[in-house]
Design a protein around this ligand. Structure first.
Ligand code: SF4
Ligand code: SF4
Length: 201
């Protein structure tokens, strides 16, 4: 069975099950339910060992299809997201495979040697993007991207801070085209988030 992010019935080729974990049901966005990222789903059964979804049989397709990196069989058995403190997802950004680390709470990544260990392995083959879900309503929230060789980019608004081991930090503005695209993207996201919030009322 390859099912959803929602409970003990979920199984994959690795035979892992979500069990009492339902962290993605809090951290991730579900448009079909007008649910914002970083807010618990109204159907979520937190910590229920029998499974985390109160509408398992009629949950949205996006929920049926989602599998975090751990459920897909990567990482160690002990790295279940609710124990790890983050949901890790493989995604594609601008046609580039990317590992997204959704922190359960702000600072979880910096506080977790295991999360840092995982990121240090994956950043050598693809960008690793780290973000908390507490400031999800702020499209300007810092985006932290970990790259090979210890390089790290922090993007806040139009500004990028580039850190490389053994070299001074470099602060610069995004190129004009990137700034324009980013502003358009932020404007779209602000409008979209306002619409999502209005739908929830
Ligand atoms: S975060 Fe992963 S293990 Fe936890 S409920 Fe979602 S899919 Fe299952
Ligand atoms: S509908 Fe169920 S599986 Fe989907 S986010 Fe809500 S609790 Fe999770």
């Amino acid at each position: 069975m390859t099912e959803s992010p929602d409970g003990s019935e979920t199984r994959t080729g690795s035979q892992r099950v979500c069990g009492a974990c339902s962290l993605c049901c809090t951290l991730l966005r579900v448009d079909a339910l007008a649910k914002l990222g970083g807010t618990p789903c109204r159907h979520q059964l937190v910590g229920n060992p029998e499974g985390g979804c109160g509408i398992h049989a009629r949950r949205p397709n996006i929920c049926r299809g989602y599998r975090c990196l751990w459920l897909s069989g990567s990482l160690e058995e002990s790295d279940r997201p609710d124990r790890l403190g983050a949901v890790l997802s493989l995604t594609t950004e601008a046609e580039t495979p990317t590992l997204f680390v959704h922190e359960a709470r702000r600072g979880a990544f910096d506080a977790s040697p295991r999360l840092q260990e995982i990121a240090n392995v994956w950043r050598e083959s693809m960008p690793v993007r780290v973000a908390d879900s507490e400031s999800v309503m702020d499209p300007d929230r810092p985006q932290r991207v970990l790259l090979p060789g210890g390089e790290e980019h922090i993007v806040v608004g139009d500004r990028v801070s580039v850190r490389r081991p053994g070299r001074p930090d470099v602060e610069r503005r995004l190129p004009l085209l990137d700034r324009s695209l980013r502003r358009a993207s932020i404007a779209f996201r602000r409008a979209y988030l306002r619409w999502m919030v209005a739908r929830r009322r």
